[in-house]
Design a protein around this ligand. Structure first.
Ligand SMILES: [Zn+2]
Length: 228
């Protein structure tokens, strides 16, 4: 049995962080050997290997892999460089991630929105060097992704305004991302597209509103999630 030096609670399972006050037990002077001696009181979280999916996943990945090889080789032979295959293959890869990690995983809805926004950003950024006008990534694609995500997740927060603690960090993540296209656009050519400006303004207003109304909840959520 471990005892938390801060809140004096007895902890009956092996952990380095107090489940009550979230402070680090080793930093507070609890011996590592003592923690190791305490048995785990709950089953270990099952880790699903990356490649272990359904039959559909396996067939999909196999077809995608073959398609990738055929497309890249064909385009390299005909055009001498990779262009169209990159777009097709990123869509194929994106669709897989969407099916496997957004639709089928029973994550929390706001987490799915954040996950989608991040994946779509990676797809958009990966096409940057293949686009004839790469500015559209910061001027249109990323602002649209963050604007839509911010609206969806904002509606979710408004509906659940009485119990916002579980959604706040997701909204803040999207709002912080929403500031990026404007910043990148400014750094790129010292002017910003109206859509990038609109996204940054909405993101900024969201951040300020959340900080004004929920500062305390945000701090306690950060502490709970990052054990600080
Ligand atoms: Zn404690």
């Amino acid at each position: 049995m471990i005892r938390c030096p801060y809140c004096q609670v007895d902890i009956a399972t092996r952990t380095e962080v107090c489940p009550l006050c979230h402070k680090s037990l080793t930093e507070a002077g609890v011996a590592k050997e003592e923690i190791k001696k305490t048995p785990l009181d709950f089953p270990k979280k099952a880790h699903l290997p990356w490649l272990a999916g359904t039959l559909f996943d396996k067939v999909y990945l196999l077809v995608a892999l073959n398609l990738a090889v055929v497309l890249i080789v064909a385009e390299l032979l005909v055009m001498g460089k990779i262009y169209f295959s990159w777009f097709i293959l990123s869509l194929v890869a994106y669709f897989y991630v969407f099916l496997r990690f957004t639709l089928r995983q029973d994550n929390f809805f706001p987490q799915k929105v954040v996950g989608q926004a991040v994946i779509l950003s990676i797809v958009a950024l990966s096409t940057r060097r293949f686009l004839p006008e790469p500015e559209i990534i910061f001027e249109l694609m990323l602002p649209i992704i963050y604007l839509i995500s911010l609206i969806i997740i904002g509606i979710f927060l408004i509906i659940n305004y009485k119990n916002p603690s579980r959604y706040l960090l997701n909204v803040i993540t999207i709002a912080l991302l929403g500031l990026l296209p404007f910043t990148a656009d400014m750094l790129e050519d010292a002017t910003a597209h109206p859509l990038a400006i609109a996204t940054a303004v909405l993101a900024g207003v969201t951040l300020i509103t959340l900080i004004i109304f929920y500062a305390r909840v945000i701090i306690s959520e950060l502490k709970r999630n990052f054990h600080v």
